[in-house]
Design a protein around this ligand. Structure first.
Ligand SMILES: [Zn+2]
Length: 90
């Protein structure tokens, strides 16, 4: 079975799951539009503190097909619910 947790290359330490409430917002069009929004876990290196998004769902929670207004509203609501919003700039 493959390893199921990411490892920090710098520290040679297994990253720990810090939160299962991450939301990754992929941007496009010079970062002015939302392309896709994913649920994800946030993992952190216990030594250097480096954090990554990991463990994405099979399907995005929202896409540009849903419309920019709905995507923006979704991000706003999720933030207000305490989700960790991470942006993936081009
Ligand atoms: Zn590290």
């Amino acid at each position: 079975m493959r390893p199921r947790k990411p490892v920090c290359v710098k520290c040679n330490k297994t990253l720990q799951c810090e939160s299962i409430n991450g939301r990754l917002v992929e941007l496009f069009q010079n970062n002015e539009m939302i392309y896709k929004i994913w649920h994800c876990d946030i993992y952190k290196c216990p030594k250097c503190g480096m954090q990554i998004c990991y463990g994405f769902g099979d399907k995005p929670a929202m896409t540009d097909i849903d419309g920019q207004d709905k995507c923006a509203e979704y991000v706003k609501t999720e933030r207000s619910l305490g989700k960790i919003i991470v942006y993936d700039y081009e």
